[in-house]
Design a protein around this ligand. Structure first.
Ligand code: SF4
Ligand code: SF4
Length: 123
């Protein structure tokens, strides 16, 4: 079931729906999520943390985003066991993991249009 999304992140979720959900096999015809088995997509479940993790990377290397997601999102997700294995990751059933390049594009699109949602210290 969909959860209410903090207004600051709604634009990110809208872009993710256009770029990620649109190609995800778990999307219904009406655009909503039909992820089976009562699971909540990791993108929706941890949207603010996912967005902030992606924003903090800002790299041309996808490996850097993969590392950030694994450290900041997977480490706190119930999908991963205490040895760092996740059956959803390994079988392509986690949309966050499978579609990470598209998710990064979605976050970039919104950031360029609006600027980041949180105030971060200037360097
Ligand atoms: S599983 Fe995630 S990416 Fe796929 S349709 Fe549902 S919310 Fe979108
Ligand atoms: S890959 Fe596994 S541990 Fe990482 S967010 Fe997806 S379901 Fe959670």
């Amino acid at each position: 079931m969909a959860q209410a999304i903090d207004d600051r992140y709604q634009a990110y979720m809208d872009a993710i729906r256009r770029r990620v959900c649109a190609v995800c096999l778990d999307q219904r015809d009406d655009g909503t999520c039909q992820l089976a088995g009562g699971r909540l997509c990791a993108i929706e479940a941890q949207l603010p943390r996912v967005v902030e993790a992606v924003l903090a990377v800002r790299s041309d290397r996808m490996d850097a985003y993969v590392d950030a997601v694994k450290a900041q999102i997977c480490a706190g997700c119930r999908g991963e066991d205490d040895k760092g294995h996740c059956p959803f990751r390994e079988t392509g059933e986690c949309a966050l993991w499978t579609y990470l390049p598209l998710l990064v594009d979605a976050v970039e699109e919104v950031t360029q249009a609006l600027g980041p949602p949180s105030t971060r210290p200037a360097h």
